[in-house]
Design a protein around this ligand. Sequence first.
Ligand code: UDP
Length: 435
Amino acid sequence: MTRIAIISIHSCPLAPLGGEERGGMNVYVREVSKELGRRGIGVDVFTRAKSPDLPKVVHLPENVRVVHLPAGKVEPYAKELVANHINEFTRGVLRFAASQEIYYDLLHGHYWLSGLVADKLRETWGIPFIQMFHTLSKLKNIASRGRLEKEPRRRVKAEQEIIKRADLVVAASALERIQMNRFYGASMEKIRVIPCGVDVNLFRPIPQEKARESLNLDHENILLFVGRIEPIKGLDTLIRALAILNNDRTMQNRPPKLLVVGGANSGNGDQPVPKEVARLKRIAGGLGIDKQIKFMGPLDQKELPYYYSAADVCVLPSYYESFGLVTLEAMACGTPMIASRVGGLPFTIKDGENGYLVTEGEPAELADKVKLVLTDEKEKLRLGDMGVNTTKEYGWETITSRLLSVYSELIELQPGGRELEEEPEEKIIHEHAKQ
Ligand code: UDP
């Protein structure tokens, strides 16, 4: 049986989503691992232990295990500090493999921190190593608005080194491939383009009335944002666009409402308001539209199809987005998508065909496009249908097949049976563990 070691040091595939540092990468690792396992590939996902309450090894159905190993304190801490514990984590992976007498055929690293681990493991094991970055610091730095958002030099250098040393690199779009070549000097020959995917069984259209009813939403004109709440996501632009719409005469009887799903918490109740949420609330307050915005906090992905389906339009106003899974999820639910023309977004959204693309940081342009969707029911339905069609080619099955064909450039794939036996002292779960 082919065995793959997936390194995802700071993004646990079992983590609840939406909060700080828990987003698209967690989903990608979770979905691809499950699909590889279903195809008879043995997968061990190595990730940092963040809580002493979680079992060291968690078995997922069909050939997949998540292995929690220490890297510094076994508690949540900022991902910037993970880089200080790469050697400890790497030693843990080596010890785990040795104690189980496991040999892996291939390493797959996610994000630069995991790339550092995978590179060290490769030196000991002598097996090929594939890397996927999810975001690249040089591109983030170009898009960032403030000095505090800049990524450290250490990360830039590490990415440069990993790109040089990995056997193959997976880019999420054709643009990212070119950017890796231009900004990091990566050889085009070693970069394969595979987009991210969407769970088309979970994300399906629900009739809007039914979705609104089940969420107790009686408002017309609902705008939706889903994602981590960070400056790079450009929510300030969306809030300013909402204020412009408020002053638009055609909208005055039906001022739109914005639902913001995601963030460490919504800042409601006893929890302290996260910094970016506080900044956004200040902007909204200054514009006099705070009552029209509801911060929902993080929600389980299973609830999201109701939110996407209830909304009239979903907006991703990011300054930089390597891919943007939320785009595919909204489209799969038949909700028109409006997103910035940055990074990987123009590869899924074709402007005017299955959604709209706008210039990042331009509220007036965004407001125009939102108004178009809100005031033209036929156009809204057309975009929704086109979106559903687009996502048909992005199911995780298809994406994993493409990934397997890249794996097979480096190793001979030998799918096997259920070789990963249950170990009595380890907990077996069939649902995502709560962290
Ligand atoms: N997400 C979620 N609950 C939330 C907010 C986000 O499950 O409250 C999920 C969302 O469904 C998507 C992912 O987090 O799958 C965000 O991925 P995306 O690529 O859009 O953004 P990233 O986190 O990579 O910047």
